[in-house]
Design a protein around this ligand. Sequence first.
Ligand code: ZN
Length: 475
Amino acid sequence: MRKSIVVALLLVLPMVMSADRLIRIPMQTDADFTLVRDMGYEIASGSRVDGFVDILVNQRFVEETMREYPGARLLPLEWSELVPTDSRNEMGYYYGPNENALFWAELAENNDMVDTPTSYGTSYEGRDLNFVRITKAGPDAPAILFTALTHAREPGSNSVIIDWAQWLTTEYGNDTMATFILDNAQIYIIPIVNPDGYVYNVPDPQGRDQRKNMNWTLGNGVDLNRNYSYMWGYDESGSSSSPSAATYRGTAALSEPETLAETQWIDSIEPLGGFHYHTWGGYLIYPYGFNNSPTPHQSTFQSWAAQMTAQNGYEYGRCGEVLYDVNGDAVDWSYGASTHDPMLFFTPEVDDNGFWGSQNDTSLIVNNNLECRYMNKILCMNLLSMTGVEEGTYAQCEGSVMELTLGSNPVSAVLSYTVTGAVPASMSVLDVAGRVVATPEGGNWVVPGDMQNGIYFILAENGNESVSQRFTILR
Ligand SMILES: [Zn+2]
């Protein structure tokens, strides 16, 4: 069913996605450089000191070129390269509805770790509601979910998820963290929660203002993010009973096909947590929104939010702390609904400078994507740590007299550590594959500039016992 729809779209749309790609080829000698240049490749950049050269290759020849050069790697696309060249017909530098369909279909076609978009239900106007799954792990691996465009006029929420998906798939096998995440989790994505509203917003070059879904029976749509079933309609300030209001909550909890289908599907995959992406403003919000009271997981929410916003400076807290109370929203439902265990969901409000603020500016989108990619990574790592996937890999702490303590600054370029114990310990740093990548000495380890971002373990051994700590390198 999905397949036929995708094929139909391909027939009516011009091929907008056949962009050039950057391939990084490792170089040993000057002669290598000369060889690549003389072969007629377009050299985009390179460094003799660092020993690589980036060449531009048409998408059609990527596979062939990669085969030709052992150790070559495909570089992730920047937004200006990723965006369809004629996208101004749809939604500027954002991905419109048709461009989304193409993007996700192509991503699935080009990566065996990505499933073809699959329907979990039907919208009010009869459109497919689709999810995508990206994973290298089995069906029993924990799920993490990212959603976007619950509010139809917030296309920046979709951009960050497109960027995240293409980063994960391109960097799998290159970046330690992308590899770790896909090896240990099933990443689920709903690119467009509210497709009817999004399609409605297409025709105006500036983007229309529809926020709600397209059930205009009583007014001008229902605010899906006030229609979820936890504390639905708790009061009049966190949502509205007036059909013309922007925050109209609908006639009943889950009265709308979009929220009903989504919640039933989420209950079936039981994610550990995730992000319900919105725009704009630069906030990171966690429950409870309905009465601004802390959840039993308040300290977890708060400490994770502090970590995740370390780079972008987003203001974090409960909705009532940073903005205003909301009831019936997706985050409260994800955490509080009795149909499942608490799921640790946040709402990032991407700092998009307006609902359509980045429509004509790829640099803003790129910046938002990078800021959110960072948050996505930390979220996944924290959620996966809870499941203990890597626990015990190197740690043999039972009965230990030796203790290993890391310094307190997780984003410092220098990792400090203290080891106590009967016999002086030897230290090593291992990557997630168990390879020794460094042997620190003296209590301070300067993280090398060329070290990949990712998860590492620092291991202390003294002949009788060993202890380890996991740490993350993020730049
Ligand atoms: Zn929103």
